[in-house]
Design a protein around this ligand. Sequence first.
Ligand SMILES: [Zn+2]
Length: 270
Amino acid sequence: MDVQTIQEALQAAGFYKGPIDGIAGPQTRAAVDAALEARGEAGPKDWKRWGAKRRRDAYAQLLMADLDIEVGPIDGLIGPQTRHAIEVFLHLQRTGRKPEPWRDHVPDDDDPPVVRNDWPRQRDVQRFYGNVGANQTRIELPYAMTIAWNTRQTITGFFCHEKVHDSMKRVLARVLDHYGEDEIERLRLDMFGGCLNVRKMRGGTRWSMHAWGIALDIDPIRNQLKWGRERAALARPEYVPWWRLWEEEGWLSLGRARNFDWMHVQAARL
Ligand SMILES: [Zn+2]
């Protein structure tokens, strides 16, 4: 969200009396601080330890949350969820309405069968995996990953559904085997874009597969949701082994199956 939009919101809320000039100067910074302060418990907890840009982004997240746009945690970090929320926000601003869902298509029965692991179809995930957010376990990664939207942070594990844990671990071990650490880093296969995340599908109204911890996003910056194979990095030939290793375990790439959301792989069939 640009500075001008934030200034306008701050002005409308009575925190800002300066010019709407798109420049994040001292007056804007003070207004953002006042606005965050005013949220009290409803606002982020640690914001006083953050820099000016992150505070401003957190305030932008609050503005979107106020509009019932699903924005994720108010943490001032622009991850894939916030990025999508901004798209929704801009659309709302431009047209007065939120964008129509485009992910609610229920595919027909003649999709190709999977090789191994009888993962359920998307419509049956609740029956197979249980309630969203339940039955999660920590996976210890065979190679460290970097948080894609906060690249100073490395992780050695994350939470996923217990039924997919072993399979995911096998795949990642084979990925390490196949590519090696240097190549993994060069290809950004260590750019973690999220696994468990109890949220609705971006661009849809149903639960995301991430809500069950059965989907993994990789390198979201270079594989944005609506990009097709001509733009998405993970559509390039050097990633074919990456996808084969997942597909051998029955996982599904939305990129390979539907040519969008190339960042994403899931343990559910369409
Ligand atoms: Zn995903």
